[in-house]
Design a protein around this ligand. Structure first.
Ligand SMILES: Cc1cc2nc3c(=O)[nH]c(=O)nc-3n(C[C@H](O)[C@H](O)[C@H](O)COP(=O)(O)O)c2cc1C
Length: 190
């Protein structure tokens, strides 16, 4: 698959098969991240592969946060217990989870540039994964934002921020693409 095809056919994947992603392939995919363009070569990224024990703690919290959604707040205790169990199982069933943190220190310009570079790393990872037949969902859901999550993953929140979790696995379903045509977002100045 060439770069153009990977860019255009890659989709965010929400449903994975239960086939595990081999560890060496996961590392191959993540290694695409470190080649992202990066002003001043600050290499602001840290990738944390979330193991089973850590994942159980995150899954509890993920499920709790799900219960704070409006529909769940209004539900009966029995329904809430069932929603909690479904959310916990959903998180645990994701074949691989990688947290990506970005250094956020120095002046505003440096922080912007480092965040931009880390986002480029995310897209490198997504594209190389896709070319390998592996799907990714970049998630910035509530659990990624919590100080407790940073602490659990050994990240120093005073210097590093999680910019997303990557949920990684073989796609069970590929959503349809939706984009405006270029003409709608292109301006030509004289
Ligand atoms: C910074 C960023 C954060 C995202 N966070 C989420 C998220 O929390 N949940 C989610 O389902 N998708 C998330 N996505 C994926 C987008 O929803 C997805 O890219 C968009 O729907 C377009 O679909 P496509 O990737 O298949 O083209 C995020 C994407 C980016 C770039």
């Amino acid at each position: 698959m060439d770069v153009r095809e990977a860019i255009e056919t890659r989709r965010t994947i929400f449903a994975f098969t239960d086939v595990p992603v081999p560890h060496t392939l996961l590392e191959t995919i993540l290694s695409a991240g470190i080649w992202a363009p990066n002003h001043h070569l600050t290499e602001p990224w840290t990738f944390v592969i979330v193991g089973q024990e850590t994942r159980r703690t995150l899954a509890e919290r993920y499920a709790e946060l799900r219960l704070q959604k409006k529909a769940a707040l209004d539900a009966t205790e029995e329904k809430r217990a069932s929603l909690r169990a479904v959310a916990y199982d959903k998180f645990m069933a994701i074949p691989a989870i990688v947290a990506v943190a970005c250094l956020q220190e120095g002046d505003e310009q440096r922080q912007r540039e480092d965040y931009a570079a880390a986002c480029c790393a995310m897209q490198n990872i997504q594209l190389v994964a896709w070319a390998e037949g592996v799907g990714v969902q970049w998630s910035t859901g509530p659990v990624t934002l919590e100080p407790a999550t940073h602490e659990l993953l050994g990240l120093d929140l005073s210097r590093q921020q999680i910019i997303g979790f990557l949920y990684i696995g073989y796609p069970a379903e590929v959503p349809k693409a939706r984009r405006k045509p270029l003409d709608e977002v292109l301006k030509r100045m004289p």
